[in-house]
Design a binder for this molecule. Structure first.
Ligand SMILES: [Zn+2]
Length: 250
């Protein structure tokens, strides 16, 4: 299918929103988080990845894409510089309120694409009751790993080879593999240079500031490749858009 018209929610005037809801009542909402994603990826990686997956889907189905929800919670990097974790109940409250509003405004398919994996538990816990109350609405949520389940399971990690595969496919202009070199100091990664917090970081996450693969959890990101990332993206977009189109047509 060729690309169809989709719009950014925040750029639309009321009449335009009414028109789009009447024609294509589909809303995508990328959920991200700001956190250290290794030396080679931007701190907004999760949100930008999710946003570009949403726009790729929206290009197939039409509809609107909401602004990235940056204020997520939970994960293994709370002690790192440039990392912002919020109280989980605050993140959940914003998500639930917004989803209920979108339903009230007439959207019939609402897709929450989470780039940061700990969103999964928050969404499972809070969205299931809303989904049960509104069986006339397709409420679809998950990470790139989970959103196509059970048909397709895609891989993931933290800032390592798999996430970098997605990065090379989705936001290549913001990825710099040459930044993966050793030589940084504790002051470069820990607030105040205090590396004593490294001891409580999630098991498996690399915590030596001098390590080229610092902050990563998974296989070496230097072995990432764009073709692999492109396959993941294509599979996800095809699966998600087919599911939405089937629901909307039915
Ligand atoms: Zn990530």
């Amino acid at each position: 299918m060729s690309d169809v018209n989709w719009r950014r929610y925040e750029t639309l005037r009321p009449d335009e929103l009414a028109e789009i809801v009447a024609e294509v009542p589909i809303a995508y909402w990328p959920l991200g988080l700001l956190e250290h994603h290794g030396w080679h990826l931007p701190v907004g990686f999760d949100g930008i990845k999710a946003e570009r997956l949403c726009t790729a889907c929206a290009a197939k189905t039409g509809g609107v894409v909401l602004p990235v929800m940056w204020w997520g919670a939970e994960g293994g990097h709370q002690d790192f510089l440039w990392t912002h974790y919020q109280p989980p109940e605050a993140s959940a409250a914003i998500v639930c309120a917004t989803v209920r509003q979108l339903i009230r405004f007439g959207f019939r398919a609402i897709i929450l694409m989470a780039g940061h994996y700990p969103w999964q538990d928050i969404l499972d816990h809070h969205l299931l009751p809303i989904a049960k109350k509104h069986d006339d609405v397709l409420l679809l949520w998950g990470t790139e790993m989970s959103i196509c389940k059970p048909d397709i399971e895609l891989p993931g990690d933290h800032a390592a080879r798999e996430e970098t595969n997605y990065g090379l496919a989705l936001l290549p202009e913001l990825v710099d593999l040459f930044a993966l070199h050793p030589g940084r100091q504790p002051k470069d990664v820990w607030p105040g240079g205090d590396d004593s917090v490294a001891a409580r970081v999630y098991p498996g996450v690399r915590t030596d500031a001098n390590d080229a693969l610092f902050s990563q959890l998974g296989e070496d990101a230097r072995h990432a490749n764009v073709a692999q990332g492109g396959q993941y993206v294509d599979a996800l977009v095809e699966h998600v858009t087919k599911r939405i189109n089937t629901f909307i047509a039915g």
